[in-house]
Design a protein around this ligand. Structure first.
Ligand code: BDR
Ligand code: CA
Length: 321
């Protein structure tokens, strides 16, 4: 177990994302919390098309006043399957709700897969943690293009999957369902993976009290989050019947900042690729049948108050001199 840095050197993380309301909050948590240092952002087609989510990543960086963090566009489409987006939740822009400022942060001219590889290979072994919060296409391609990253990465803490349920189908969660083949590559590579799935993230509900705390911060960055959550919450209510919206992606960042924010159980995880009803399901074997190694930590229970304290503190810190 390598997660955790409270009081120590900040953990260096690269977020591979598809902003996305909750991806945006994940980026803001990583930017605002002193426990992690964001060293790169890569984007992948998912919640919306690659051009839209890449634009949105630059918007979020601009809202944060972020400088010196490379942002690179990665894969537009999954390895094999056609892309599917989540416009019903994230809107036409991929981040509907707030007025989106014109980004002032440049786009790195490398492909996202190359930024991932460069970041891992140019830093000391064991110093970079990958935090994917989107379909796993870029991460799988990076493994295939440069297998040496696998033993060099500290760990992979991803938002995706679920051990008991799906959200886009009864069996499959969106990030895995979009590119199951990529997910299978990531789960079966010999590195430490933590799967922060929807069993966990459905405990990270942005209640009215949470939204009020963020609103009370009173900064432009906080207002941006308030506006994100208003639109996201309305869509979650209409589409999936949630009273308060689950804010998935920051949970993975929170796990790196403070592992005690959630409990995990070791399991062997593989992805169903062929099932007519179950494609994209993360099949979690907690018993290690037939000698399967329990090599993935599966997130179980969230300390929601501690999680929201991290998020509120990080948003408060953004824009502070
Ligand atoms: C995941 O899917 C996306 O819509 C969210 O950004 C999150 O990464 C939740 O299933
Ligand atoms: Ca996402």
């Amino acid at each position: 177990m390598t997660a955790g840095n409270r009081g120590g050197e900040p953990r260096r993380i690269l977020i591979d994302c598809d902003p996305g309301h909750d991806d945006a909050i994940a980026i803001m948590l990583a930017h605002g919390d002193p426990g992690v240092q964001l060293v790169g952002i890569t984007t992948v087609g998912g919640n919306q098309t690659l051009d839209k989510v890449t634009h949105n990543a630059r918007v979020v960086a601009t809202v944060c006043g972020m400088t010196g963090v490379p942002i690179a566009a990665g894969s537009a489409v999954p390895l094999i399957r056609p892309i599917r987006t989540a416009a019903a939740i994230h809107g036409e822009s991929g981040m509907d709700g707030p007025v989106l400022p014109e980004p002032t942060v440049p786009l790195d001219d490398r492909h996202g897969v190359d930024l991932i590889i460069d970041t891992v290979m140019d830093n000391p072994p064991g110093s970079i943690t990958l935090v994917p919060t989107a379909p796993l296409t870029n991460i799988a391609l990076a493994v295939r293009k440069c297998p040496a990253i696998v033993e060099r990465v500290a760990e992979v803490v991803l938002m995706g999957g679920g051990y008991s349920k799906g959200n886009v189908t009864p069996a499959a969660e969106f990030n895995i369902a979009v590119d199951p083949e990529a997910a299978q590559i990531v789960f079966t590579a010999p590195w430490q993976v933590t799967m922060v799935g929807i069993d966990l993230t459905h405990q990270a509900l942005a209640t009215p009290a949470v939204q009020q705390r963020i609103s009370d911060i009173g900064t432009p960055a906080a207002q941006f989050v308030v506006d994100l959550l208003a639109a996201y919450g309305a869509n979650y209510r209409a589409e999936q019947g949630f009273g308060d919206p689950p804010v998935h992606d920051p949970c993975a960042v929170a796990r790196v900042i403070d592992p005690s924010v959630m409990t995990v159980r070791p399991a062997h995880v593989e992805v169903e690729l062929a099932g007519r009803l179950t494609a994209g399901m993360t099949v979690c074997d907690f018993l290690g049948r037939d000698g399967a190694r329990l090599d993935t930590d599966v997130a179980i229970t969230l300390d929601a108050p501690a999680f929201w304290d991290l998020v509120v503190d990080a948003i408060t810190a953004i824009g502070r001199p």
